[in-house]
Design a protein around this ligand. Structure first.
Ligand SMILES: NC(=O)c1ccc[n+]([C@@H]2O[C@H](COP(=O)([O-])OP(=O)(O)OC[C@H]3O[C@@H](n4cnc5c(N)ncnc54)[C@H](O)[C@@H]3O)[C@@H](O)[C@H]2O)c1
Length: 443
């Protein structure tokens, strides 16, 4: 990221501070691209992650953010107390940003929508950024692909294995570009660790440890009572394809990730980064393990939150590599252990043994990935009509690993997985958990 971008992002998540940041306009946005040659982007879901994602798109000088969409008009109640988000704060952010670009003449007001179908119906929208809870990813992605929109879909790509498969089919059928939001792939440090693992610099790869974070919120205990739906929040549209359930504020904004009806918990939330790294480093990111088993996960017995409280499972790949997924406070990390050393990358940094591995001068053929940031990589893929760094198949197989890990932990037994057929062998109960019913009219 360039310095100008960081200055701009210093305001992320706090509408007031972010508005103040708009007075710093990077020189490169002043008129390099005429409005008619820009990629028109709409952001669907302007909450905790949608708002910073939107700000990253805004600072790309060949992008025009023309629309935002959220079922929440404006409120607090997101991850942090100082976040006041929703479609109206998002629209104001966009308008303030473009209004600050007076010399470019780029100012066009941004429209705010409640219903994403109105966004998809706009012929001038080239690409959509889908940053809604996971239970909406399939429906929105498939409908966006049908409408011919290119798609940036946040991680985890899917809520179920069947959802991911449907998303792959739609993206390929309609020939649109999809980037999965597993942005750790576009980080130099991640790529370097993966390059060491894939190139044989660690000797023969033996074991991978993937870290996911613990619960960072606590939910209502047993006996919780429904609370009134806040004014300006369309709860029915928020639920969409998920099973109907009485409203509680800890069900929806941000906290949806602790409820299995809308998410897979921290396995899918953080695993969409750390298990994605594991798959990449093992060179199996369009495939998966052949065996997977619970290793001591812990689950809540009552209350509103239903996802695994302590994540712990083990898996084995056809090449003999063992994978262990554990819960740890540093949230995201992946360690690759080979016969001649190990490397670990994650939120805490990059570590290796022997430390000389960190100074390895890799040959060009050992290099993978790109130097572009994740969003730039998506925009370049739109222009060249090529796959971005985390195309739909890769997002799908990383999410699949998260889902089958969840299923093994739920069933508490060893499961045999066929990565080509995307089914468990000889276990009907496990196979039934690979898909879910969707509520009308979203089925
Ligand atoms: N790449 C990352 O590191 C990263 C980080 C955080 C979240 N995420 C992902 O982003 C997604 C959203 O997570 P979040 O933390 O921003 O959640 P959030 O609850 O803070 O925001 C989601 C927003 O989507 C809105 N929404 C829900 N249904 C909608 C609909 N039908 N139409 C329009 N808007 C709708 C909600 O009202 C809310 O404002 C999740 O898939 C999550 O995993 C990715």
């Amino acid at each position: 990221m360039k310095k100008t971008r960081r200055q701009f992002l210093s305001g992320v998540g706090r509408a007031g501070a972010a508005l103040a940041a708009f007075s710093i306009v990077p020189a490169r946005v002043l008129g390099a691209h005429a409005p008619s040659t820009r990629i028109n982007v709409a952001v669907i879901g302007t909450g905790n992650q949608g708002t910073p994602d939107m700000q990253l798109f805004l600072t790309e000088d060949d992008v025009q953010v023309v629309a935002v969409c959220d079922v929440n008009r404006a409120s607090g109640g997101y991850r942090n107390a100082d976040q006041f988000l929703g479609r109206e704060p998002a629209r104001k952010l966009v308008d303030a940003y473009y209004a600050g670009q007076t010399r470019s003449g780029a100012y066009r007001s941004c429209a705010a929508y409640l219903d994403f179908r109105e966004v998809l119906a706009r012929p001038d929208v080239d690409a959509v950024v889908i940053v809604v809870p996971d239970h909406w990813h399939r429906v929105m992605t498939v409908m966006a692909a049908e409408a011919g929109k290119d798609i940036y879909c946040e991680k985890p790509l899917s809520l179920t294995v069947a959802d991911g498969r449907a998303m792959v089919a739609a993206v390929r059928r309609y020939g649109v570009v999809l980037q999965t939001g597993s942005h750790e792939r576009s980080r130099r440090q991640t790529r370097f660790a993966v390059e060491l693992a894939r190139s044989g610099r660690l000797g023969q790869l033996r074991k991978i440890t993937a870290v996911v974070g613990p619960w960072n919120k606590s939910g209502p205990e047993s006996g919780w009572q429904p609370t009134p739906v806040p004014e300006g929040f369309d709860y029915e549209r928020w639920l969409g394809p998920a099973p109907w359930a009485p409203y509680h504020q800890d069900r929806c904004l941000y906290n949806f990730r602790f409820n299995l009806d809308y998410s897979g918990g921290q396995v899918t939330n953080y695993g969409a980064h750390s298990l994605d790294m594991a798959q990449w480093g093992n060179n199996s990111d369009r495939s998966g393990p052949v065996e997977i088993a619970d290793a001591g996960s812990e689950w809540p017995t009552d209350g509103l939150f239903t996802v695994a409280k302590v994540v712990h499972f083990r898996a084995r790949y056809a090449n003999g590599v063992e994978l262990e997924c554990i819960t740890r406070d540093d949230n995201v990390a992946c360690r690759f252990e080979g016969t001649e050393g190990w490397v670990e990358t994650g939120y805490k940094g990059l570590f290796a043994e022997p430390a000389s591995l960190l100074r390895a001068d890799l040959d060009p053929h050992e290099r993978i990935g790109t130097n572009a940031n994740h969003i730039r990589n998506f925009l370049d893929a739109i222009k060249t009509r090529t796959d971005p760094i985390v195309p739909v198949e890769v997002g799908h197989s990383s999410a699949t690993l998260c889902h089958i890990g969840n299923i093994a932990m739920q069933l508490k037994r060893r499961l045999r997985w066929d990565p080509a057929a995307e089914k468990f062998s000889g276990d009907d109960e496990a196979n039934r958990l690979l898909s879910r019913a969707r509520r009308e009219p979203w089925a």
